[in-house]
Design a protein around this ligand. Structure first.
Ligand code: AN7
Length: 352
């Protein structure tokens, strides 16, 4: 059967009915790629898989939640949606709103979102407001606006976002025919770790899987309020997508960590960049810096000897967004191309 998107695929687990107008870009069904490089790094008995969410229509995992949030907004008669965003939510909200033919407003921290994401929001026709402040400032304003004006919030405190995003867990279990032992994931506003944990639990209750994974979430060291146990007023990290000082789903992220006997830890920008460079060179997929936080976390735990005394099994790292959204850092990190004239001999010399 042709894939019709996550609502069509998983409707029995989602708050939809036959009357729900399904606004979809056929998101989901993203690759789950075996990484021989990372499996080797962890050691024998372990298999590492990468869930490449950058393969979604707007290039990030946000599409899973946005298809449901926008479909429900349209079902409820809403004429427009609004969100605060570090970039990917705004790109996704703009795209699904365009498809639905409704208004979309996005508040972004000025100068602090990747160019590709800003371009997406603008080109899909959203009203983009750049706020001279950070994500947390934008989010507070959006909350106040939605409390007082008739416009639908599509940040992940909208439960439909979490509902849609939990389908990522379903797909992993469907592919592996079981839940992984360890689930690595970047943590920003903490919606996605909440959604995955919800998805695994629902599949467990439905009898689709017989065990639950340990959830291992990673924040950027300069934006790690959950790790520190307090808000961070001026979060800083090169991984702009997770530059968040006061996550909306803080409590449910801690709950996922505790219930699953997992961890929420931080990785430095240096560790993020290391993983950011290793993934494309070994596994052939290009992810954005924030996405590399899951693999950075895996590498950190490997070095600590974490896998020496745990049961063997499958490990999944979620790679949340596509690298093409944010090529600036990649260009800084990559070796510049060699420049030559149209000279055959010289080029042959360079190659061999
Ligand atoms: C690539 O777009 O918060 O912990 O406004 O874009 O669910 O917030 C993005 C977050 C990880 C963190 N990876 O997920 C936004 C936004 C990428 C992201 C996260 C984001 P959450």
């Amino acid at each position: 059967m042709i894939w019709q998107g996550v609502i069509s695929q998983y409707k029995k687990y989602l708050p939809v009915s036959d009357k729900t107008p399904v606004i979809t870009l056929q998101e989901g069904n993203t690759p789950l790629l075996y990484s021989s490089f990372l499996s080797r790094e962890v050691g024998s008995g372990f298999s590492v898989y990468l869930k490449f969410e950058g393969a979604n229509p707007t290039g990030s995992f946000k599409d899973r939640g946005m298809t449901l949030a926008v479909s429900k907004a349209v079902e409820e008669g809403s004429k427009g949606v609004i969100c605060a965003s570090t970039g990917n939510t705004s790109a996704s909200a703009a795209a699904y709103s365009a498809k639905a033919g409704i208004k979309c407003v996005v508040l972004i921290p000025k100068g602090a979102i990747a160019k590709g994401k800003l371009t997406q929001a603008l080109f899909h026709g959203a009203k983009v407001i750049a706020v001279d402040g950070n994500f947390d400032d934008c989010f507070e304003i959006v909350k106040k606006i939605t409390e007082n004006y008739p416009i639908t919030m599509v940040n992940s405190i909208n439960p439909n976002r979490i509902e849609g995003q939990k389908t990522g867990a379903f797909e992993i279990c469907d592919y592996l025919k079981s839940a992984p032992c360890f689930h690595f994931i970047p943590v920003g506003n903490a919606g996605n770790i909440t959604a995955y944990w919800k998805g695994y639990n629902e599949y467990f209750r439905a009898g689709e899987i017989t065990r639950l994974p340990h959830m291992l979430g990673f924040q950027a060291a300069g934006a790690a309020p959950i790790v520190k146990g307090e808000k961070v007023d001026n979060p800083e990290t090169i991984a702009t997508a997770i530059r968040i000082g006061n996550p909306a789903s803080w409590q449910s992220a801690v709950k996922a960590q505790e219930e699953s006997k997992g961890v929420i830890e931080s990785v430095t920008d240096q560790e993020i960049i290391e993983a950011y460079k290793l993934i494309p060179s070994h596994d052939g997929i290009f992810v954005e810096p924030a996405s590399a936080a899951s693999v950075a976390g895996l590498l950190k735990l490997i070095r600590r000897g974490f896998f020496k005394d745990v049961e063997n099994g499958n490990i999944v790292c979620v790679l949340t967004g596509h690298g093409l959204k944010d090529p600036d850092i990649a260009l800084e990190e990559a070796q510049a191309p060699v420049v030559v004239g149209p000279d055959l001999d010289k080029i042959v010399e360079l190659i061999f």
